[in-house]
Design a protein. Structure first.
Length: 248
């Protein structure tokens, strides 16, 4: 009866367990891989950084965000957190220069790439309502000052179809990365965006293993999963830090 009452109000109540909590799973991965620096590419309003703090991560976070309104919000959010650095406003990609980003009504669906009709049908608030011109940087250049003294780096990329270009501009630092969370599209949502299998293959070529999958974007019309977050761990780290690594 309690569950039905909450669902009628648009809420859900269910038993919480450590094993089923995606937050706990991320916490354990960060602990076991001894992460001391997180590069948060596509920070939006800081949702990912706040979730890290909620699960107990106290290391350094460096957030990258191109949208003017989101960037202003991020700076305010990080004001009292000395270990949360907001990099100067920019987009991250494969080269340096200037680029235009399409601004979505819901902000979170904003992308350099044109959005496809299937995405708009599944999420009408993802419709573009303007453009902003922003500096474009690569992680090869922008991340150098942050990674010099850090031992274990976690790279999070959530750039709405532009993840491939972010990786193109990160070739020099991938050997320094211990773990990564990358948004994986199961269907085409942005014009030119790569699908999940291509990204997984690329990460495997860098020496990473897909370790965990977390739900991200589901079509409310039919329940189809459109995007997930894939967590990758460097195989050399698995061998040294995880139990039963010989069986993996």
């Amino acid at each position: 009866m309690v569950k039905r009452a909450f669902r009628a109000a648009g809420l859900d109540v269910r038993r919480w367990s450590l094993q089923s909590s995606v937050e706990y799973q991320l916490q354990r991965i960060l602990q076991l891989t001894e992460i001391d620096l997180v590069l948060d590419v596509g920070a939006n309003l800081g949702q990912f950084a706040r979730s890290l703090r909620d699960v107990g991560y106290r290391g350094t976070i460096v957030s990258f965000e191109p949208l003017a309104s989101a960037y202003k919000f991020l700076v305010a959010e990080a004001h009292n957190d000395s270990n949360w650095v907001i990099h100067e406003r920019c987009a991250v990609g494969a080269e340096t220069g200037m680029i235009e980003i399409n601004v979505a009504q819901n902000l979170v669906s904003s992308s350099v790439l044109p959005i496809l009709n299937y995405h708009l049908s599944a999420a009408p608030l993802s419709r573009y309502q303007g453009k902003e011109s922003v500096p474009l940087v690569t992680l090869n250049s922008a991340a150098k000052t942050y990674i010099e003294e850090k031992r274990n780096i976690f790279l999070k990329i959530d750039t709405q179809g532009y993840e491939w270009e972010v990786l193109n501009g990160a070739s020099d630092i991938m050997s320094n990365i211990t773990g990564a969370l990358i948004e994986l599209s199961l269907v085409s949502l942005y014009e030119g965006g790569k699908l999940w299998n291509e990204v997984i293959s690329r990460m495997e070529s860098y020496g990473f293993k897909l370790w965990n999958i977390q739900p991200d974007f589901t079509d409310p019309r039919d329940g189809r999963t459109l995007q997930v977050d894939g967590i990758f761990i460097a195989k050399k780290k698995i061998e040294n830090n995880f139990s039963d690594s010989k069986q993996l």
